[in-house]
Design a protein around this ligand. Structure first.
Ligand code: ADP
Length: 167
């Protein structure tokens, strides 16, 4: 069974992420979407919340599993019996960084390869941080976020604005 890992911060999962998930799930027998700890970012949603949001938007895809981990990705993949990491590649910005990460992961675990799926044109410039920025304005978010999570996102934006929640 070919198992692939799709890692990321998914804070929150966007329509661009979901597009990659659907396409990767069509290629592999099983796709594990893994929320990784990213200490450099001040997250909007906790890891558990992000997992729950991804589970909700992928509930119709039977071969997708959602998990979170603080492990080194190369170690995590080994433990899960996976030899492929899937990454989405957007125009320009992602390449340098992702290329370096792919080489490092392969160095740490020589059985591990990284496969890149190019972003669909309508999601090419979409990132979680852009969506968080847009959330502060009165913009229709349905092109950027899966419908099922828009209320959660708007609620969190409001909480943060009111200062009642430090997330
Ligand atoms: P973001 O950059 O949106 O915060 P993550 O850090 O969670 O996203 O990225 C997880 C993975 O999803 C990475 O491989 C990233 O390149 C990919 N990705 C993010 N946004 C898109 C998009 N709009 N289209 C395709 N891939 C994407």
């Amino acid at each position: 069974m070919k198992i692939a890992i799709y890692p990321g911060s998914f804070d929150p999962v966007t329509s661009g992420h979901l597009n990659i998930i659907r396409r990767a799930a069509n290629i592999f027998d099983k796709l594990i979407v893994c929320v990784m700890v990213n200490t450099g970012k001040n997250p909007m949603f906790t890891q558990e919340e992000r997992v729950e949001l991804i589970r909700r938007v992928t509930s119709d895809i039977p071969n997708v599993e959602v998990d979170y981990s603080a492990e080194l990705l190369a170690e995590y993949a080994k433990r899960k019996g996976s030899c492929v990491i899937v990454k989405g590649l957007r125009a320009g910005s992602d390449f340098e960084n992702e290329f370096q990460m792919a080489l490092i992961n392969h160095k740490i675990n020589p059985h591990l390869d990284t496969m890149f799926l190019t972003a669909e044109h309508q999601y090419m410039y979409l990132s979680s941080s852009t969506v968080k920025e847009l959330g502060n304005y009165n913009v229709n978010l349905s092109e950027f976020l899966p419908e099922q999570i828009i209320p959660d996102f708007q609620r969190r934006i409001k909480e943060r604005r009111q200062g009642g929640n430090s997330k």
